[in-house]
Design a protein around this ligand. Structure first.
Ligand code: TRP
Length: 331
């Protein structure tokens, strides 16, 4: 809380191009909060290095992710936009919370299990303690609300557990955050394998639609999307491919599933796939246009980062001094 305004925090990794899954599940909703809440949106580069990064790419993507935040409608005057590694308190509280997070808890995280299966040659300690750093991000600002995709729900629950544990030992220190998980636009699945999540690191480029893809690419990817052998556009258990396309159509048009079923009654999958491609490409066109404009202006992006980091640091400082005192660190 800040005065009578609740605080929102969320983060996006600068690793790889962002997908429509990131857009629909997270970023698109971020701006809804700006009017009512004090919002902090972070580019989480400390999290990104849990998998090996090419330095020049990491740097470029950090600028790009910030530019994308702005292109998606987050006004830097109204939101605090910043880069995680530019506010050292994240790493500091991250370490502290490592000491209040249990090995067993971290071992149960499904994202850790997935990522370590995918990166068998680099299962580093950071990959394992990733969730306590995420808890630090959130708790540092006394966050009330955390808009995230459904895949982050488990990390959020861990954050609450760690905060409660700390509060129990030392008395009230951290606000216990609530997750805000958009219900109707849950998880966007891969276009090639609709039983697994759309992932920016998928090797099959046809499986993933990026926010900055051209209209031609978007149309082609949707036309090739894997669907089942049926033909009716109907939201049904087991029809993962069509359900996913309907979810995307819904996200860009706001139409309900039954409206979509009615609209495409008697028309085949082919028609529907093209229609999904259209609404997606049209919905993303203004974002792409803004992005192209902003990304050229490095000085502007750096000024946004600097102001954001300063403001974030001033909030973080208050929590850190409370935490340090409670733990018994000498000031
Ligand atoms: N783990 C999140 C993801 O991969 C990113 C993230 C890091 C985050 N810190 C956060 C999200 C704090 C919300 C709040 O999507």
């Amino acid at each position: 809380m800040i005065g009578d305004r609740k605080l929102v925090f969320s983060g996006v990794q600068p690793s790889g191009n962002l997908t429509i899954g990131n857009y629909i599940g997270a970023i698109k909703n971020f701006k809804e909060f700006s009017d009512e809440y004090k919002c902090f949106y972070c580019v989480v580069d400390l999290h990104a290095i849990t998998v090996r990064q090419v330095p020049a790419d990491l740097r470029r993507r950090t600028y790009e992710t910030l530019a994308l935040y702005i292109a998606c409608g987050l006004d830097p005057q109204k939101n605090t936009l910043f880069v995680q590694s530019q506010v050292p308190a994240h790493a500091e509280l991250g370490w502290i919370l490592d000491c209040y997070t249990m090995f067993g808890e971290l071992s149960r995280m499904t994202q850790f299990k997935d990522k370590s299966a995918k990166n068998a040659q680099n299962i580093n300690a950071g990959l394992f303690t990733y969730p306590s750093l995420m808890a630090a991000d959130i708790l540092l600002y006394q966050t009330d609300l955390v808009p995230v995709g459904i895949d982050q729900k488990q990390h959020l629950e861990l954050t609450r557990d760690v905060a409660n544990r700390f509060n129990q030992i030392y008395g009230d220190t951290f606000t216990i955050p609530e997750g805000y998980i958009a219900k109707d636009t849950m998880k966007i699945m891969s276009l090639a394998d609709p039983t697994s999540k759309m992932s920016k690191s998928d090797e099959n480029q046809n499986a993933v639609v990026y926010i900055l893809d051209s209209k031609d690419d978007i149309m082609r990817k949707f036309r090739r999307a894997v669907t089942d052998s049926g033909s009716a556009v109907k939201y049904e258990e087991g029809k993962d491919g069509i359900n996913n396309l309907m979810t995307i159509y819904h996200a860009f048009t706001g139409k309900s599933m039954s409206d979509i079923e009615r609209e495409f009654e008697g028309r085949g999958y082919g028609d529907f796939k093209s229609a999904v491609g259209e609404v997606c490409a049209d919905g993303l066109a203004p974002v792409r246009c803004e992005f192209d404009r902003i990304i050229k202006d490095k000085a502007y992006l750096e000024s946004v980062m600097k102001a954001g980091a300063e403001e974030a640091a001033s909030y973080a400082r208050r929590t850190m001094s409370k935490v340090r005192r409670k733990i018994g660190f000498v000031n």
